[in-house]
Design a protein. Structure first.
Length: 66
């Protein structure tokens, strides 16, 4: 079983709707990108924290080679 290394996570340039954050998580974790998008949207509409977290990740995550 492989573990997720957060240091390898980069924004995706191929699987990106807005900033590539969910595509990057989808490519480095066993969770698909559509599920990451659903989770961010749910938390954005429910508590608003999802939008703030997504923006912070969009700014801080390195751009992937693509």
């Amino acid at each position: 079983m492989s573990t997720w290394d957060i240091r390898r996570t980069t924004k995706s340039s191929t699987d990106a709707w807005v900033g590539g954050v969910c595509g990057g998580f989808g490519s480095t974790t066993p969770i698909p990108s559509w599920l990451w998008r659903t989770a961010f949207l749910f938390t954005a509409f429910a508590w608003g924290i999802g939008l703030l977290l997504y923006i912070a990740l969009w700014v801080c995550m390195p751009k992937g080679d693509g």
